[in-house]
Design a protein around this ligand. Sequence first.
Ligand code: WTA
Length: 645
Amino acid sequence: MSDKLFSPSKEFSRKARISQMERYWEIYNRSIKNPEAFWGEVAKRINWVKKWDKVREYDFVEAKIKWFEGGTLNASFNCLDRHVEAGFGDQIALIWEGNDPSKSTTFTYAQLLEKVQKFSNVLKNLGVKKGDRVCLYMQMIPELPIAMLSCARIGAIHSVVFGAFSADSLRERINDSTCKILITQDTGVRGIKNDIPMKANADKATAKTPSIKHVVVVKRTGEIVNFEENRDIWWHDEMEKAEPKCEPEIMGAEDPLFILYTSGSTGKPKGVLHTTGGYLVYTSYTHEMVFDYHENDIYWCTADIGWITGHSYIVYGPMANRAVTVMFEGVPNYPDYGRFWEIVDKHKVNIFYTAPTALRALMKEGDDWVNRNNLSTLRLLGTVGEPIKEPEWLWYYNKIGKSKCPVVDTWWQTETGGILITPLPGSTPLKPGSATLPFFGIEPVLLSEDGKEIDGNNVSGFLAIKAPWPGIMRTLYGDHKRFRNTYFSQCPGYYFTGDGASRDEDGYYWITGRVDDVLNVSGHRIGTAEIEGGIGKANGVAEAAVVAYPHDIKGQGIYAFVTLMTGVQPDEAIRRGILEMVTKEIGPHAKPDKIQFTPALPKTRSGKIMRRILRKISENDIEHLGDTSTLADPSIIDALVDGRI
Ligand code: WTA
């Protein structure tokens, strides 16, 4: 922990929406004292067809949450039509930067609206109706946000599956929410990879997805792909034929907007469901306040739309605010390590939001890449996805922000829909590594093992939230019982985040990471059970246990302890088989960094794997293995210690 304080410059504060801590506390206290009045006021920023009857209704014991019940609206209307109707049709909405540095294009709000209306009609022609699920399996191409907004326009529920997921993962997600249509692309390009087999994966997945009626394929590279007559259709063919006008469907505030699968502590991914009104109010409001967004600012969030950060802070939040948003197809190190800064320079980016893992990777390559570009347009920097440590924070602040841009370290989750703990850039004094203070309307608490609130400062515990905010998820698709069990039963009466945190002497929050079996690898959330399930299917494997170990670039690396079937020898073929199986079952991002073969796993007499011991071994911290006397076979420790990698 660092106790250095970085206060916003006078110049930044002067123009900021919230420029003093007194003002922050005044609004914060008001938002907590009277949440209904507060959120009722905030919700006016959105265009409602009909105003709500009740701002908020909830029961954290039954896990029932409603916001703006009785209100009606349409998310795509809010993100597009209303800006065009207000005379801003010619304003740029999206700047798309291709993987290839010579390729970029822009879309105005009017152009996006035109495409969204047409694609909405394409979906309708394919029989998609309000409430139907549509799966989107794409790379970062403009058709992805266009397809999302089209679903929103006709009331279909989109389920975006991150483009690096395998065919098996895609199939599982399609089947869980019985999607009717799959939208994908021929092949994808990302960094040096120029043939990511999107359509081929989609074909493998849809071999066993009875609910899929059609597959819409975007021609991104022109690679020849398999095409199934009657089922597969080209995006461009249908768009050419589509009618230009499509009226937005009037949706209830609590009608579902999308499902996004995320990892939990068991193997099966969870279909986090967000609804329309509250989500849009919350993402739009946080986007404006946390990033201090002002008209004409060029804003770039480097996340992939396949994750929640892209949903909330590339698509819905910024577009509801009529922002100018950069969307990037590539990776930070292609063609070289200067790519991010080149893009900032090229598009004159003012607000830049990225993940600590990217900063660590770039920092390691030295400052030349930074110095080559003009970064003077930058005004504000942000991070998300994992704890940021002091060295990369200082590098970001000093080298990228030239010591004049506030860094907002934003803590939130797929489940929360938007940012919950964050500095407000014009007022909050920053401490490197701390997400600082709660956003308006958010009441974080720290709980002890037995679910009691821990008062005062200089304390730590499980991070939970006391009452709902408009952007919180409403259920897990098709499994409300699991929703209630996972988030509301461990500490009854609270939303349980799954993170640990401490609160320092100034009341600032420091997130320490997951307290459940979820890993955070390069900002990607992966369940240990999912990886273990994948390894378990590989040839010769009897059992596996996966833990995280500190990794210089990824934040957390994946360390797998594997026992083999009797008589099977650990060799290169077995190792390769494990990596291939994990790639097939989940995707390349879930491949273990280290595999240690061991004759047995450390288990208690009741058969429970003692992960604490494995974690210590993976961290090379043999001194602190702790009590091993409850192991069924304590002699296994020596073998585990000797076999360390
Ligand atoms: C972690 C990403 C520390 C945390 C938006 C959380 C963070 C999980 C931060 C959610 C941060 C996210 N500091 N840890 N600023 N932001 N996390 O669902 O463990 O992909 O529970 O949502 O990322 O990951 P998810």
